[in-house]
Design a protein around this ligand. Structure first.
Ligand SMILES: Cc1ncc(COP(=O)(O)O)c(C=O)c1O
Length: 295
């Protein structure tokens, strides 16, 4: 099948899709992105993702390339043309093309790229059954981690360190030894009382749409969530640990560095959350995270 990407107003063959050498995303990582899961042909939490995109653009003063409504039409068209039933949409907006100069161009013309890829759920399901290992590494990122920028080099270094250690993810910790988040996931622990603990949304972390969806699901289930930073030590001695992201939903963590969590199997609270997620994404409601990204 010929895959199609949307690049600045045109649907083009994926293999030929390209951006300009002076695109500011390429030269300065002056751009933002979103990854939206597609399950059974439907976008999951598209409103939450669009809200976060609008926030990222506004924080960086990048003009929106088109209205949200128009963008959603393009996204659905890209999903349709690529016949993606299960997978994800990748969407990137940069401050566009301009002669290289650190300061913003006076009349920026934002560049928009959207493509979609199928992705099997096999790896996610196997991780859900066995749980995954994480390592902990120092957080080397800038001070605005709440903005979903394409500037992901420290995240790549952290993920590579995890891969080389045979782990699935790297949880990063700040100068005070408190966990911020994973390289592409949010971090959660379950304490001895069964409460879910996660770092509050601030400039220190990316406010995950999955994190917000989970909060909505868990509120419905009556589980208690405490938003507070937790330390590397608390992480290692937690009753349960899990991580969230659009591609992995909720994934149990059974090992942190060299410490086994619980009995080395996914814990009961995490399993309950994963079940709720599965029924959410396979049900009719798809916008449970809407309205939860704060300005
Ligand atoms: C640094 C970081 N934290 C958290 C997340 C999880 O966000 P979401 O649930 O919206 O996928 C991501 C996703 O890419 C991320 O890059």
């Amino acid at each position: 099948m010929n895959r199609i990407a949307y690049v600045n107003g045109q649907y083009t063959a994926h293999h030929a899709a390209a951006v300009h050498v002076e695109d500011r995303g390429y030269q300065f990582s002056d751009g933002v992105y979103e990854v939206i899961p597609v399950v059974a042909g439907k976008q999951i939490d598209s409103v939450g993702h669009m809200e976060r995109l609008a926030r990222s653009l506004s924080e960086l003063r990048i003009p929106a390339p088109m209205s949200e409504r128009a963008m959603n039409l393009v996204i659905n068209e890209v999903i349709r043309r690529n016949r993606v039933r299960n997978g994800y949409v990748y969407l990137q907006v940069t401050r566009g093309v301009a002669p290289r100069d650190h300061a913003f161009p006076t009349d920026p013309d934002s560049a928009l790229v959207i493509y979609a890829r199928p992705k099997s759920s096999a790896a996610r399901k196997s991780n859900a059954e066995t749980g995954v290992a994480v390592i902990t590494v120092p957080d080397q990122r800038w001070a605005r981690r709440d903005i979903k920028t394409v500037s992901l080099l420290p995240n790549c270094l952290a993920k590579q360190a995890a891969k080389e250690a045979g782990a699935y993810e790297a949880f990063m910790y700040d100068r005070e030894g408190m966990i911020t988040e994973g390289s592409s996931t949010n971090a959660w622990i379950v304490d001895q009382e069964g409460r879910l603990i996660t770092r509050p949304a601030s400039n220190d972390i990316l406010n995950g749409v999955t994190r917000l969806a989970l909060m909505a699901l868990v509120e419905e289930a009556g589980l208690e969530i405490v938003e507070r930073p937790f330390s590397v030590e608390e992480l290692r001695s937690a009753r349960e640990v899990f991580l969230t992201s659009s591609s992995g939903m909720a994934t149990p963590v059974v090992k942190v560095d060299d410490r086994v969590i619980g009995n080395g199997r996914p814990g009961s609270v995490t399993c309950g959350i994963m079940e709720r997620f599965e029924s959410y994404v396979s049900g009719d409601e798809t916008e449970i995270a809407a309205g939860r990204i704060s300005a």
